[in-house]
Design a protein around this ligand. Structure first.
Ligand code: PAF
Length: 280
């Protein structure tokens, strides 16, 4: 497995692979791998001839009071896991090379970033789409794989890829959960043991709300109250948002229908958790 830090070297390597007719796959990550990441690597390994894992904690997608500094990092462990899942290459650029200065060129997908995390984290998705566009331009992938746990991110990146005419197939990977239902996330490491114990209430609440929907309840306030009741079983939760949104356009709904998504962002202590469930 190659480890490439330099942007021109990565571009050269990608061009070389494509010249040989290889299908190049990309799994973009910010590292600190868990089974959510390795499941994306497995999809990439099955569908691509040459699999690149990018590993870069992207400062542009963190707000000034967010957790860029405490975001977990462990490059040695990540290297071992990428090797185990048979990646061909890790692309790990430096911050200085990716952003020699605060970038004047940024990619923004309008409208889809108005709701959910876009509302509570202004500038976040612009940071994500800017870095993903840069990674596309450097790695020239034929396919790129993103986890559905970050549902809004997936929808926004799909839109950007289509509208900027990148010849790239965007593939969605499933949300991978711990046995008690907590969606895997690098940030889970920052939960205290008390917070970790309370964390499954989020998914349980989403499941209860979905069940209520399947039993015939369409009123969004009632569905969200069910989710709230679950979170209120612990005093540790601070709610950022709870919403039912259209599954494609992401605008908030008053009456739920199949294909909509119940989405939540909460804080347990300083750790922000997001999760969602699709009404299907
Ligand atoms: O999902 C993530 O880890 C990041 O948002 C991504 C897509 C790697 C961009 O920095």
């Amino acid at each position: 497995m190659k480890i490439i830090h330099s942007i021109p070297e990565m571009q050269q390597e990608a061009l070389e692979q494509k010249k040989q007719g290889k299908v190049v796959g990309l799994v973009p990550t910010m590292g600190y791998f868990h089974e959510g990441h390795t499941s994306l690597m497995q999809i990439g390994r099955e569908q691509a001839d040459y699999l690149v894992i990018s590993l870069f904690v992207n400062p542009l997608q963190f707000g000034p009071s967010e957790d860029f500094d405490t975001y977990p990092r462990d490059f040695e462990r990540d290297k071992k896991l990428a090797r185990k899942y048979e990646a061909d290459c890790i692309f790990n650029p430096s911050r200085k090379d990716m952003y020699p200065a605060s970038p004047l060129t940024r990619v923004k997908v309008h409208k889809l970033d108005r709701y959910l995390c876009g509302r509570s984290r202004p500038g976040h998705f612009e940071g994500v789409t800017t870095i993903v566009a840069k990674l596309y331009n450097i790695i020239l992938p034929d396919l790129a794989i993103f986890g559905l746990k970050d549902y809004q991110q997936y929808i926004i990146i799909k839109q950007m890829t289509e509208e900027l005419h990148y010849p790239i197939k965007v593939i969605a990977g499933p949300t991978i959960r711990e046995e008690d239902g907590l969606a895997m996330s690098s940030r889970n490491k920052n939960l205290s043991s008390e917070e970790r114990q309370a964390a499954p209430l989020l998914y349980r609440g989403l499941q209860n709300a979905r069940q209520q929907f399947l039993n015939g309840e369409k009123d969004v306030e009632k569905l969200l109250n069910t989710l709230r009741d679950s979170l209120h079983q612990s005093p540790l939760y601070r709610i950022d948002y709870l919403a039912v949104v259209d599954g494609q356009k992401l605008y908030p709904k008053k009456h739920a229908q199949r294909g909509d998504v119940i989405a939540a962002a909460v804080f347990l202590g300083k750790t922000r958790l997001i999760d969602k469930i699709i009404l299907e």
